[in-house]
Structure formats: C-alpha cells, structure tokens
Design a protein. Structure first.
Length: 237
C-alpha cells in the first residue's frame, strides 16, 4: 500500500464522527450506573427508615390498647398479650424487612410506684422510690444485642423516659408505654454505598383504658403465656 493511500485513509478517518456518540456513552456509562445505583440504595434506606419508625409507632399504639376487656375491674394485661403483639408487629413490618431477624424492639411500661399495689403488693426488685416514676415491666424481642437507652425494668425514672429535654412522663393511675426499636440496615444492592447503619426510633402512648397496674399476668384462660424476656435474643418467641 502506497504512502499516499495511507495518508488519504487517515484523512477520511479523521473526518469521520459517526462513532463519537457511542464512545462518549461508553465512557459515561459507569458513572451513570454508579449514580443510579447510589440513588436506588439511598431511596431504599429512606423507605426502610420510615418502616422502622412505623414499627415503633404500631407497637407502642397497640401495646397501649391490649388487655383483657372488663366493665367491672381494671383491664388486666397478660404476658401472652405482649407476646402476641410483638409477633404481630413482625407481620406489620413486612417479610422483606425481617425486622426481628436484624433488629430489636423494647417495650417499657412507665408507671408511678405504689408499694401497696405495684408488683402485686410485694416490694418490687430494685426497690424503686415510692411515689416516683419507674419502669414496672420491660419486654423485648429481636436478635440485635442492644439494651434500652433509657433504663431497665424496675429502674427509677425521676425525669421520665426519652432523650434529654424530651422525656415523657406518667401520672398516678395510668401508664405510658414507651417503645424503642433498633434495626441494622440491610443494603438492597451493596453496603459500599451507604454502609449498614443502625436505624433507631422511639414512640410512646398513654394507656387507653383503666388498667390493672399490679403487673403482667402470667396465666390467661388457664394457659401460661410466652414471655418476651429481655435476656433472650431471638427473632421469635
């Protein structure tokens, strides 16, 4: 091939722009792909955060309604009621979330300590202060190994429960149900985008009815209910 023919072909090639768009697309595709995946992961994280917050709210709301209905005596709350509530909240969270397989819910009942009535009229373990706020009972479910950020069962809670300056308090004759949830985020695509942060949420509701504040009842209709023991770390009861 002669030199002049080679030079002529090079001039033709230099003036050919038909493949520019394809080359530019090939160069930008990795950046567009990464941006799209990051956006998808961020949206999934936001959706998961909302679902975890909803779990906390539903558990607290439902726990403030549970108990054995009676028009004669104050509503009694059974261990089985709390266990059923926690089991049901797993369904509310959705199977894809698998909340209790990667997180934990802690339910606390904030009450006023009455030595003649609380804990069935016997001194409560831990010796809370008479007339003061305390955590009467606390129940948990989930594999995540975390404890309450605000107190454990029978602890005195003089300022109430919650973040400093935002505590909720209770009054004599009723109780406040305080729920804390923690969940390890499960990436949709990869943990390289936003990692696997722990999502936390809290919620509280005052008991809706006049309830029996002597403590959780173990036996319901002759059957001993399962206990959502805070010393256990399981996804089911």
């Amino acid at each position: 091939m002669s030199l002049s023919l080679v030079l002529n072909q090079m001039r033709i090639l230099r003036g050919d722009h038909s493949g520019v768009a394809a080359v530019e697309f090939a160069i930008s595709l990795p950046l567009l792909l990464v941006a799209g995946l990051y956006g998808t992961e961020t949206a999934n994280y936001a959706l998961t955060t909302m679902k975890v917050s909803e779990v906390a709210m539903h558990v607290a709301d439902n726990a403030a309604r549970i108990g054995d209905t009676s028009t004669i005596t104050n509503r009694a709350i059974f261990e089985a009621d709390v266990a059923d509530l926690l089991a049901g909240s797993a369904t509310q969270g959705g199977s894809k979330l698998d909340f209790y397989g990667h997180g934990r819910a802690i339910i606390s009942s904030l009450e006023i300590y009455d030595p003649a009535f609380s804990c069935g009229g016997t001194p409560c373990p831990g010796h809370p202060t008479a007339g003061g706020q305390f955590i009467h009972w606390q129940r948990c479910l989930g594999v995540k190994r975390v404890s309450s950020d605000y107190g454990k069962e029978y602890d005195d809670m003089p300022s109430g429960m919650g973040p400093a300056g935002q505590e909720v308090t209770t009054e004599a004759g009723t109780a406040v149900i305080f729920v804390e949830v923690s969940y390890d985020y499960q990436p949709l695509i990869s943990g390289r985008f936003i990692g696997t942060p722990t999502i936390k949420a809290i919620s509280s509701f005052t008991q809706r009815d006049n309830i029996d504040l002597s403590g959780l009842k173990k036996s319901k209709n002759g059957k001993v209910g399962k206990v959502a023991d805070c010393n256990k770390y399981t996804s089911t009861l």
